[in-house]
Write a protein that binds this ligand. Structure first.
Ligand code: SAM
Length: 350
């Protein structure tokens, strides 16, 4: 096991069978600790001990899609839908800027009301008020032209998890109108336009096999995104996956560490989902090579409605109000709090 971890540490690559071997056989705590140590060393080489903080603004929970795992899917009639106005979004940015954030992540369902004109106005308003800030979008699948318009309006980054790179698994998680091919084409287009791009997947999503996970890691290696979002699947009571267990904490952390070693320079958040399944989830993620945290900046009254899964944390250190306490937690791990834009070190806007 240690030989394989060393090989991965030195070459940043392993074969399908080698990755599968690690995932299926890493059980001794000593081996896991060795893997996490190598992941931390790798992070240090490129980003030192920095943990970048971004303000997450959940702009809308309207969604035209019906992803089977997601609490805000269109067929869920039991949630209260909301959409922030441009003014409300700017207010969130004001609060975030004051705290120190220099990246705003605008995330939402695929809300048809938020057409390109509206999105471009929101993006350019934020950018003209806060030119020193990066804007990350996470609003799903659009055509090339829309992505280009957002970019030209000032968006810098785009998060679009591929969810799973195994076609038959993709079909088990999504209705027929969504396809893995389109998801991958979107990621390709985003890269071509010049965004810093983030892909990723859920650990322990229903029907996921270890082979699927390895294919996901190999797809990430090939795509070479600037950011990777990986967190455990967590059931939502109003979805057809309500009785599936949540993804395993240990496995999630091992996969995060493997991702750090495969993509040494990526920006890798310790996700809210990870913090939601265990009190110690965020810290364990940071100790396994993660280097981003995205505290919630959304207005209080709407946070409970952005319910992607049950018991999603939006309070405590997952909330921007507790930034001081989060800073203390990060420092206690021997890490450095960094409020700067925190671009991927290989990216330059052209
Ligand atoms: N609509 C955009 C998209 O599809 O990329 C962004 C919003 S979507 C809700 C953001 C991410 O939430 C998804 O990529 C998915 O991986 C994650 N998510 C949704 N439901 C989840 C669940 N039940 N457990 C964990 N993560 C979930």
């Amino acid at each position: 096991m240690k030989d394989l971890i060393n090989k991965l540490y030195i070459t940043n690559s392993l074969s399908f069978d080698e990755l599968l071997y690690i995932i299926e056989n890493i059980s001794k705590q000593e081996d896991k600790d060795y893997l996490f140590e190598k992941a931390r060393n790798t992070r240090y080489k490129h980003y030192e001990n920095r943990v970048f903080l971004r303000g997450l603004i959940e702009i809308s929970n309207y969604c035209k899609n019906d992803c089977y795992y997601c609490g805000i899917r269109c067929s869920n009639k039991n949630i209260t839908r909301y959409r922030l106005t441009e003014k409300e979004i700017l207010k969130c940015c004001d609060i975030g800027y004051e705290i120190g954030y220099r990246t705003f992540v605008l995330q939402g369902g695929e809300d048809s009301f938020l057409n390109d004109d509206i999105m471009c106005n929101i993006i350019s308003s934020i950018k003209s008020k806060y030119p020193d800030c990066a804007i990350t979008l996470s609003i799903g699948e659009k055509n090339y032209n829309s992505y280009e318009r957002y970019f030209l309006s000032g968006a810098d980054r785009f998060l679009l998890r591929h969810e799973t790179s195994t076609d038959c698994h993709y079909k088990k998680l999504h209705p027929e109108n969504l396809s893995l091919k389109n998801r991958k084409d979107c990621l390709k287009n985003l890269k071509e336009i010049g965004y810093q791009v983030g892909a990723g997947f859920m650990v322990g999503s229903p029907f996921q096999t270890n082979e699927d996970v390895v294919r996901d890691l190999m797809y990430l290696k090939e795509l070479n995104p600037h950011m990777v979002g990986i967190g455990p699947f967590i059931p939502h009571h109003d979805t057809k996956f309500k009785d599936f267990p949540h993804g395993d904490l240990d496995k999630s952390i091992i996969i995060l560490a493997l991702t750090r070693l495969l993509l040494p320079k990526c920006l890798l958040p310790a996700t809210t989902a990870l913090a939601s399944i265990s009190e110690n989830g965020r810290n364990l993620g940071l100790l396994a090579g993660c280097n981003v945290i995205m505290p919630n900046l959304s207005p209080h009254e709407f946070r409970k409605d952005y319910s992607l899964y049950d018991n999603k944390l939006s309070a405590g250190e997952e909330a921007c109000e507790y930034h001081k306490s989060l800073e203390v937690s990060i420092k206690q791990l021997g890490l450095l709090v960094d409020y700067s834009r925190g671009d991927n070190i290989e990216w330059r806007r052209i």
